[in-house]
Design a protein around this ligand. Structure first.
Ligand code: RP5
Length: 180
């Protein structure tokens, strides 16, 4: 069992406190793998200097991955990626009248040379961002890689056994309802 350092390995950024409910999905997923992380509100538009300073110092402070979630014209992940060599994972947030399509395009359409690994819009994307961060960390940590493999095996077993059992029960009930 690897003992993780207490210093954060993942930085989770959000454009506003109104994004918190979405990013909490990422907190939960990182917690489940015992990955230490830090969380900050930073805005590419409202606090550009602080955002640049955070991203520029992230690698030397020991962070290995940055997750950035934002809504509307969501430039947070892209701006952070411009200021660091760390991998940046973007989460488009559905906080605007365009329901996150604006944030998705602003996050994913990065110019060649500055990639952002863009996840799905909203809570599912936030959870996947954390899982993707775990996968990145697992490339240099055999214990974490084994725990990620076990997590995937549990998901597969859930589909093969529990979900199909529930489906069979439902079909059986449906059939007996029709015959009565
Ligand atoms: C974005 O604007 C934030 O990421 C948030 O999704 C959105 C709205 O922010 P607030 O007006 O709620 O602070 O920058």
């Amino acid at each position: 069992m690897t003992v993780y350092p207490s210093r954060p390995l993942v930085g989770i950024l959000m454009g506003s406190d109104s994004d918190l409910e979405v990013l909490e999905e990422a907190f939960d997923a990182l917690d489940s793998f015992e990955i230490p992380f830090e969380v900050k509100i930073l805005s590419a538009h409202r606090s550009p200097h602080e955002t640049a300073a955070y991203a520029s110092s992230a690698a030397e402070r020991g962070l290995r991955v940055i997750i950035a979630g934002a809504g509307w014209a969501a430039h947070l992940a892209g701006v952070v990626a411009g200021h660091t060599t760390l991998p940046v994972i973007g989460v488009p947030i559905d906080s605007s009248p365009l329901q996150g399509m604006d944030a998705l395009l602003a996050t994913v359409q990065m110019p060649p040379g500055i990639p952002v690994a863009t996840m799905a819009i909203g809570k599912g994307g936030a959870r996947n961002a954390a899982l993707f961060a775990v996968q990145i960390l697992a490339t240099s940590n055999a214990d974490l890689a084994a725990r990620f493999a076990a997590f995937k095996a549990r998901m597969a077993a859930d589909v093969v056994t529990k979900k199909n059992k529930r489906l069979e029960d439902y079909l059986q009930q449906r059939k007996s309802g029709k015959s009565s």
